[in-house]
Design a protein around this ligand. Structure first.
Ligand SMILES: Nc1ncnc2c1ncn2[C@@H]1O[C@H](COP(=O)(O)OP(=O)(O)OP(=O)(O)O)[C@@H](O)[C@H]1O
Ligand SMILES: [Mg+2]
Length: 470
């Protein structure tokens, strides 16, 4: 039952990240290598394996240059358990003393999700067959008493009308299905295959999601009450009327769920969490002591660092699925470190993040590429939005040039907010168009350098740049 590892090579990982993040090569390389090393470690003999602990990474760089974005993309990429959490969460008012072990409990929840999904994926094919059969049975229930006011299930079928077929309670149980019924079901099966019944309404049994009845025990392990009785009682179901297309989705999920062995999922998820788990600790600089201020806040920040330390160093955290050893969980810390420096972290914690990578400030050239290249590039996003109003948007090369240089000038002259500057500029460019659409007169918008300058001339002249761009 060895857990399967995602075995992308470092180059493949970087290639994927390149689709969304411009530049920042050394950060990309470091995370890619760290991830590959987990896979490599899984292949070495067990005696050595336990000795190899992950090399945690600290990503440093100014605001808005892609630190969190790298984490977000990794999360989508990995089928490893992954969570991203803001370190500041533990210093917020009301959260002081919030136990940092919840990080591991959240990671374990993530592990349950990915591990369960992996098991479900293997069952979908079988589940789909069962779902189809259930849909057919909902449309053509067992033999129906005639002459008792129940609608003949065949009426409307041929006309393809919008009649609703319900599983009626008045069906008579017969040891063998009536041949007529079987024949009709065959027809329905064919119609389903041909996609003719997708909008037909049927009634299906939907399993009601059990409420998350958890009981907190000593703030540590929680036990799920649902679990204790869960296996003794059949799940509650509710009848729902839905379209066939919707019913199929619901039934496939439900049937796949029934087919998987949750005990096995749970034990694999525990292993998956311990061996492959990744915690992205964002804003880690915000829990460092900046050195020039001593007071209550500093004390609480240092407290958070001390709380985090055992988890990063390796300890056992109780979760409702069982104890999780944290020794091999990979931690990636990230922060702007503009005020505090890594050396402002307590030494023990610093030592636990041996790999340091610096993200660079973005240049005008980077901005140009960010505007155009990423799969989710801003220009593509805005064009797609306008297209829903029937408007084609075109950006000329000199417009891109102008936006990029405006962004870097504004970053220099006011505050350097990195690529976030591009978001604010783009919003401004589309402000009026967005408001005026839909308009049958407008079918295309060409954005060139003059357009860009025009939009910002008035702003700059008004001398309140910051109001618009921050
Ligand atoms: N190198 C980059 N390539 C493409 N897009 C980027 C890049 N850097 C930043 N962005 C975009 O800018 C926005 C902000 O980036 P991100 O959230 O990663 O900043 P950050 O480095 O985490 O900053 P902070 O220190 O303020 O948290 C995101 O929408 C992101 O997509
Ligand atoms: Mg961030």
């Amino acid at each position: 039952m060895a857990t399967e590892f995602k075995s992308m090579t470092p180059k493949e990982i970087v290639e994927e990240l390149d689709k969304y993040i411009i530049g920042q090569d050394s950060a990309k390389r470091s995370v890619a290598v760290a991830l590959r090393n987990r896979y490599r470690r899984s292949l070495v003999p067990e005696e050595i394996r336990d000795e190899i602990t992950p090399k945690n990474i600290l990503m440093m760089g100014p605001t808005g240059v892609g630190k969190t974005e790298i984490a977000r993309r990794l999360a989508k990429l990995m089928d490893a358990p992954f969570i991203k959490i803001e370190a500041t969460k533990f210093t917020e008012v009301g959260y002081v003393g919030r136990d940092v072990e919840s990080i591991i409990r959240d990671l374990m929840e993530a592990s349950m999700r990915v591990t369960k999904q992996k098991h479900m994926d293997e069952k979908y094919e079988v589940a789909k067959d069962i779902a189809d059969q259930k849909i057919i049975e909902a449309i053509i229930p067992g033999k129906v008493k005639t002459g008792s006011g129940v609608r003949n299930p065949f009426s409307g079928l041929m006309g393809g009308g919008q009649a609703t077929y319900t599983q009626t309670n008045e069906k008579v149980e017969t040891p063998e299905e009536d041949s007529e019924v079987l024949l009709a079901r065959d027809q329905v099966r064919q119609q389903l295959k041909d996609g003719l019944l997708e909008d037909q309404y049927i009634e299906i049994d939907v399993i009601e999601q059990p409420k998350d009845n958890t009981l907190d025990v000593n703030g540590g392990g929680t036990i799920q009450i649902g679990n204790i009785f869960g296996n003794m009682m059949p799940p509650k179901t509710k009848k729902r009327k839905v379209k066939v297309s919707e019913a199929r989705k619901i039934l496939i999920e439900q049937e796949a769920q029934k087919l998987i062995d949750m005990d096995q999922v749970q034990s694999e998820a525990l292993e998956n969490c311990e061996q492959n788990g990744i915690v992205f600790l964002d804003e880690i600089d915000k829990i460092a002591n900046s050195g020039n201020y001593h007071g209550g806040a500093d004390v609480s920040r240092e407290g958070v660092q001390r709380d985090i330390l055992p988890i990063v160093e390796g300890s056992v955290v109780n979760t409702k699925y069982g104890p999780v050893k944290t020794d091999h969980i990979l931690f990636i810390g990230a922060g702007a470190f503009s005020v505090a420096k890594p050396t402002d972290l307590i030494p023990e914690l610093q030592g636990r993040f041996p790999i340091r990578v610096e993200l660079e400030s973005l240049t005008k050239e980077d901005f140009k590429r960010i505007l155009l290249e990423p799969h989710n590039a801003l220009t593509k996003q805005h064009a797609a939005l306008m297209e829903t109003e029937g408007v084609k948007v075109e950006f000329t090369d000199d417009a891109i040039e102008e936006i990029a240089s405006m962004a870097s000038i504004m970053n220099e002259q006011t505050e350097n907010i990195g690529a976030r500057r591009l978001h604010t500029i783009m919003e401004k460019l589309f402000e009026d168009v967005s408001f005026n659409l839909p308009d049958p007169e407008i079918t295309s918008v060409k954005i060139d350098a003059d357009y860009v300058r025009g939009k910002f001339d008035e702003v700059i002249r008004k001398d309140d740049i910051e109001k618009y761009i921050l």
